[in-house]
Every structure is written in structure tokens, then in C-alpha cells.
Design a protein around this ligand. Sequence first.
Ligand SMILES: [Fe+2]
Length: 754
Amino acid sequence: MDQLSRREFIQTAFALGATAAMAGVSGKPSTTTWHERRDLFPEGVASAEPTFDSVLLWTRYPAGIATSVATQPHATAAGQADPTAANQATAHGGGAAGSTAGVPTGTSQTTAAANDAATQPRRASSRGAGGSTSATLTVEVATDPAFRNVVATSTANVTAASDWTCRVLVGGLQPSHEYWYRFTDEHGNGSRVGRTLTAPAEADTRPVRFAFVSCQNANQGAQHAYRRMIFEDEKAAPAERLGFVLHLGDFIYELVWYPEDRPQGMYDRRLRDIVRYEHGEKISDFHIPTTLDDYRAVYRAYLHDPDLQDARARWPFINMWDNHEFSWLGWQGMQDFQGKTRPAQTRKVAANQAWFEYQPARVTQPGAGTLERFNPPEVHDAPIVKFDDDGFGQEANNVAAVDSLRGYRSVRWGRNVDLIITDQHSYRSHEPTTRAEAGALDDKDFPDLLPEEVMQSLDAGRESNGGQPPSFIEFGTTRVANFCRNDPPQTILGRKQKAWFLERLRTSQATWKIWGNTEGTLDTRTDPQNLPMGLTKSWPGAGYAVFGGGGDHSTAYLERAEIYDFVRKHDITGFATVAGDRHSFWAGLAAKALPPQPFEPVGIVFVTGSISAPGLVEALEHKFPADHPLRALYVSDSPAKARVVNMLLKHGVRSCLDYHRSKDMAQARKLSNPQLAPHLSFIDMGGHGYATVRATSQSFETEFVCIPRPVERIERPDGGPLLYRVAHRAQLWAKDGHPRLEQTVLEGHPEFSL
Ligand SMILES: [Fe+2]
């Protein structure tokens, strides 16, 4: 690397808040004394966002905070050791925390480690009485797990100011290479060894494999989907192993239920006592973080999960936040709770800072001037009363909070993949159906259903009905003042991000332009207009119903149409979307409209099930009224708890009612409404697990790997059984052609999903 590029590299590291380290051309054996002490690095290690020649490395070393998490096992509702605490206690011996990817785990013992922690001289914490506020670690990167060929050695500062986390950007690496890395303190106490991979060179045409995941809830479930992912990757031929894991958000859930506040648990789940917010706010029966320390605490709690921690040590992650990294119904710098919007700029900044500290990523902090730490703008929670033409709050604290971290970015992975990641929450306008006024649109006779034309009108705001928005929203006996009639059309991306996104799509040279959209884009609708007379009152809508209200790009109709029209107009092929958020598996085609409008797909779309967070099927099983006249559409009681709602969304009401009578799946599908969901190949509103992608110069293949409901951790090395494995494949289509999906069920029987 010449002087100029070296300087650029260091500037890049600076912008990312990272220390810079350069790999040498040839390596040499490590001279560092290293003995593994996972208890001193309780959140493990991580690598992130490789390019063909560099990667970010991360760890947390809470120097001086002698109160190791290991000494404070969490009690649980069931009275068992919680997996989050167990990880601490099984630093080397436990199956989960043992060997990963052939990585040596050292020979030290948990008990010895714990004793050492108590007897060794330790640095004082900034939280202690006037002690040190930083420590220095040695970082090593090697081409072998035994560190006989170390190609980069550097130092990294951890400071109390960044909650003892650090990021190191290592450059000068070889493309498509496997590396190992570790952190060591001045006493030779070392982190676990992590494995990482660099991206292929830009011209490399070899197939790209990666996994995409979302929605892990450590308060309510177990994360052994990652164990299955590790197991399968270790078995795979080297060329077929995953290059990275794309995490599409809800890495944490900021809403936490303390077990005593909800002794009955949540649906099928017991509540784990994973975190207590020092400054938390209780709303209803759950708690939310209010300060930076609260947000940091929930990340730490999640990273104590052994399966997640092993996954972060095995693959580079590419992370993007969804809503729960900040706030459940958060938008811009605001929160919505109990039907009210309230300013939350200080919390948005705190959420951004904690994300920056705990999620290594190539995200930049505009105007940041401080190496190795987040530079939070000073904001206060101020009401937002003025909005611009994109529904963005023109209030200085809102602008500053949102601008404190820019998450949208693109990542190149060889010739075949350009991953274009967008932020669905920081710039979005207020989602119409989460507004308090929308409560009046609920109709208990038709649970979760809203006439499609009503949703379209709310989305379009003042542009609905050709710029003549109705004064009232009316259907059946419902008559509500049109609360969106003066608002601009809904935007999720916001003007600036959307312009950036479209330009990235247009100029991408990769075979597959993959939209990493944390939220789904596929329409969710059904056909209550086809219900037989007499079952319930007649459907008050003009036609189809949107299921579950709005919230994502499936009901941001105008913005979605703008994007898809752009794709068509610019002859963009290989447009693929991967998403999370919905806690369900979906495979389908990207189209701006469905019948009776023309159906013209421009791309392919996949949504992954949650790693562990409960989904709609589980909620319906627990909450849907037993005596509701439409129960057969939502929950099938025989066979017990079948996922009939999948059939409702893919085939329609006639199929559901026929299945209720006949229990004959094939017979019921004969009554499918072909106009309802021509965009859907697969849907499972009860699926958990992960998805993988294999992108080649000719095709795009995904696999949905679905596990049973992850109520309790399965400690088997294979991560437990599968419910099913389903593949979808699309050939690259020509500029004047249309995308198509082929489906193959590889394992199991996802009957209601087909
Ligand atoms: Fe989620």
C-alpha cells in the first residue's frame, strides 16, 4: 500500500471511529503471551463488514469492572440457570462455548478464571473511585487459528467513554481469505479467538453465500437457530460456506418484561430476567430504556447468549437496525406509546450511541471528530410541531438526533452482489395506522382487516383521490374524519435516502442488486369480499382487505411504486430484496400492485422468520376469541394449532372454510383465489429460523431453514430438529423479461405455507 492509500485507509478508520491496523505481506509467529480468559471479555468478539482487503474487529474489555457478570447468575421464572448467565460460567467447558469452526478455545478453566478475576490486580474503572478510564489491548490477525502466521498486530484502546468497547479496522488483507483474530491485555489475558472472512475481489464471479436473519428476543426465547447455522456451515464444503451474516435488525428488543410483572409469561414463553434498566420507564407491564447506560445494558445482556456469541465469533456480520434498537413504534426522534407521540431525541441519540458501540459497522457519524468513540450531539426532548413536505420534523433536536448516525450504505461482494442497505425508521413519516386516530378504524367483526382502498387513501394523504382527499374515511358503519388529508404521502426512506438508494440501484454493476430492507415489501392481504352470506355481517370494503394494518413498505404504496417504476424504467435486472421484521417467512415477487390492477413484477423478495421472537401464529393461538364466527380463517383447532392464517393470506377465505370442513389440504387449495396473491410463492406466519442466499452470475437461490418454536434453548450441537427446509430459485431475467420463482421443499412439510 502506498503512502496515499495508507493515509486514506487511516482516514477511513478515523471516520468509522476505529483504530487502524495494516497487515504485512508476510506473517510471522505470534510473540504475544495469550491465555484465554473469556470472563474478561464477557461479550465475546465480533468482526464486521469486510471489503476485499479490510475488516472491522470488535471486542469489549471492561477493565476494572471487577464485578464480572459471571458472578451474578440470573434467576429465571423457572428457577433454572439462564442461558445468558450460563455462557459466562462455561467459558471453555460448555458445548456451546467450546470449539467453533475449529477455533482452539484454550485450556484455562472457568473456576480458575473466576478465582483469577478476584485475586489479580485489576485496573480501576472510571466508575470506581478515581481510577483509570482506559486500557490497551493487543490485536492480532493471523492466517491460522494457532497464530503461527500473524499478518497484523496492533493496539487498540478501550475506554470507559465507549463502555469499554473497541473497533479496529484491519487493512492490507487478501480477498476471499479466512483469518483469525484475538485481543490480549497487558497481562496476557486473551479474548476467545474469532474467525473472519474478507470479501471477494470485485471481479470475482464465484457464487456468493450469506445468511440473513432478524428478530432475536432473549427476553422471550432462545437463539439456537444460530447453533443450527454454525452446524450446517461447519459441515459444508469450504466453497459453500457462508461469507457473512446479514442481520436485519431487532438485534435487541428494547421492550423488556420483568418476570414478576407478567408471571403468566408471554404466549408460549417464560420471561427471562436478562436485564434491569437502571433508569428504565415502565409502560403498561413492560420496561423501556431511557438512558445510554440502559441501552448499553440490553446489548450486553443479549451478547451473553452463547449461540449468538459463537455466531459473531464465526462470521463477519453486516448489521442494520430495525425499530427495536431504538423504540417499538419509534420514528425519527420520536416514540409512540399508548396512542401518543412524544419527543425522544435524547433516547434516539442514546440508542444510536449504544448501537455504534456494540455493532461494529461501516457507518459514519457526520462531523465526528473523535477517534474510537461516539460523539453524541447535545440534544433535549423538544416537541416537534413543524414538518416538511416529506413529513420530517423540522426541529433542531430532531434533526441532530437523527443525523447523529447514518446507517444506510452499500456493501460490494464480488461480481455478483451489491448489498444496498436502507434505514426504515430514522427518516420515515408518521405511519398512518399507528396514529391514535386509526383506532376508530378497527372492526371487531373483521379482526386485523382494513379495506385496501382505505389503506391506500391513508398512504396517499393529501394526494389521494387525485389531490382531492375525502373529508371522511367511510366504510360500512365506520365514519372517521380523514386524519391524513393534509399530510404528504407516506415516505419510509425520506427524500435524501431515497435519492441515494435509487442512484445506487441505477449505477450498480453487480449481477444482483440486493435491497437490504429491514422491513417487508410484499402485500399482506386477503379476500373477505368472498365470504359466504350469513357467516358474519357483510364485508364493508370495496374489495380486498389489508391484513394487520400498515407499517412497512407493503403499505407505503406510492413510495414502493416510485421505486419499482424506477427499476422498470431503468431496465434494472437482478433486483432482489431481503428483509426481516415480520417474524415470518415469505418468498415472492416485487410488484407495485395486485389484481384487479395489472400485476407486473420487477424483482424477487424474501423475508426471513425471526430467530426467536414470537410471531403472529403464536399470538393468534393465545389471543383469538374462541367463539368468533371467523375463527376458522385465523386459527385451525384441528389438527391442533395449525397455521391456517397462511392459507388465508395465500389462498383466501374459501380455502380456509373448506379446510375447516374437510381437513383436506389439496381439496381446500382447489378453491384458491388466483387473484388474491399472485405475488406469493411461500408464506409462514409461524416460522422461526434463518434464511440463506446463494447468488451466482445466473441465479439467486434462497433456503428457509425453519426450526420449531424456540421456547427453550436446545443445546444439541446441531441446534435441534428442523420443521422444514424450503428452497426458492430465480434465474437472472432479461431486461425485457419477468422474474419467476421455482420452489423446492427439501425437508419437512410446510403444508399451509404452499
Ligand atoms: Fe422484530
